[in-house]
Design a protein around this ligand. Structure first.
Ligand code: AHG
Ligand code: MN
Ligand code: MN
Ligand code: MN
Length: 348
């Protein structure tokens, strides 16, 4: 394959930074470390069974095969978490990290300097799909640490991470699909990069990604329909009614069970994704996690002209109450998400 004149991720980041003459380059360096972690995970995923990282994680001395979510960890959940930590703890760019796979914030070891950013991640999203060779990904969110953390270099606490999604400095995901892609926003639209496996570089292949405002595609786990709240049931029923129903058009349905892959389909061609709050388990107000799933994907959607919501309010406006807080999530084509919000606000 001839060397094209496409930008690399590094070039894209440097050109973005030129818009802020005073910027130190710390954010760019951090994003490149995250991208390297994603490349390493992409390799582990690509080797599949040959790499010995498939299947459930083996219990460690502390019985650590069940994570804080109550989920059985896959070996690759654990490996990917480790890759994110090792690639990022040393750099002096981070004040702390938090992950789906760790109950408490990760403190930067004393042997390394501390920096001004917080990195929050879902190291492997869709991990129930890993053993059946269906796309998975990694999702990340970058926040600025509170000023007193930056000044004092103290250990981070859960409270330091509880910032609304609107404050994210950058967010993105890597998708380990037929090709590995990195979708990124540093707050100036969304750019997509495809991993060139020959060069080991993410190359800019999708600039200024936009989510169409209208769609005929929706994604929801319909096995939960008996637990849905009336506005969600109404919306889905109307889609299912097709061309002769109130929507006057036929809809198609998709469910991959890797949110990151659903988000990618929607960024590429529109659609609406719902994992709404439901009545299945009153102790869980939704399935997906606010800080490392809903917020970064919400940031990308909004930056691409789409919309992300709890069903009732914009996701990015929610003040988090816990590191692993779950939340109802609806995102995608703007007009559909607004319609779903309208149904939630209209009296039944
Ligand atoms: P994770 O693998 O990081 O725990 O996240 C799984 C999530 C998400 O990717 C997906 O949309 C959803 O769980 C799938 O839920 P169902 O099992 O209800 O389909
Ligand atoms: Mn999980
Ligand atoms: Mn996930
Ligand atoms: Mn995960």
């Amino acid at each position: 394959m001839p060397l094209s004149n496409r930008s690399t991720l590094t070039q894209y980041l440097i050109e973005e930074r030129r818009r802020f003459p005073g910027a130190s380059g710390a954010l760019n360096a951090l994003i490149l470390d995250v991208a390297l972690a994603c490349k390493a995970i992409a390799r582990a995923v690509a080797f599949g069974e040959l790499g010995g990282a498939m299947g459930d994680a083996l219990p460690d001395a502390k019985g650590g095969e069940i994570n804080v979510q109550g989920e059985v960890q896959k070996r690759l959940d654990v490996v990917s978490n480790e890759v994110f930590i090792r690639r990022n703890e040393w750099s002096g760019l981070l004040a702390g990290m938090a992950s789906e796979e760790m109950e408490l914030p990760y403190q930067i070891p004393g042997s390394y300097p501390r920096g001004k950013y917080l990195l929050v991640f879902d190291p492997l999203d869709g991990s129930s799909n890993i053993d059946v060779n269906v796309s998975v990904g990694s999702i990340f969110s970058i926040l600025r640490a509170p000023d007193d953390v930056i000044k004092s270099g103290r250990d981070v606490t859960e409270a330091d991470f509880l910032q609304p999604g609107a404050t994210q400095v950058a967010a993105g995901y890597a998708l380990y699909g037929p090709t590995t892609m990195l979708m990124l926003s540093v707050g100036n639209g969304v750019a997509g990069f495809t991993l060139n496996p020959n060069l080991g570089e993410f190359m800019l292949t999708h600039s200024d990604v936009r989510v169409p405002a209208d769609t005929k595609e929706f994604a929801i786990n319909a096995s939960n329909s008996r637990f849905w709240e009336p506005p969600v049931k109404r919306y889905v029923d109307e889609c299912l009614a097709g061309a002769t129903g109130p929507r006057g058009k036929d809809f198609n349905m998709r469910w991959i069970a890797s949110m990151v892959a659903e988000a990618h389909r929607i960024l590429m061609r529109g659609g609406v994704f719902m994992y709404p709050r439901d009545m299945k388990d009153p102790s869980k107000p939704g399935r997906l996690r606010l800080l490392y799933e809903a917020n970064p994907v919400g940031f990308l959607m909004e930056q691409a002209g789409g919309r992300a919501s709890t069903g009732r309010q914009p996701i990015l406006g929610v003040k988090p109450s816990g590191l692993h807080q779950r939340i109802g999530l609806v995102f995608g084509s703007k007009n559909e998400v607004e319609r779903i919000e309208r149904y939630h606000h209209e009296p039944a």
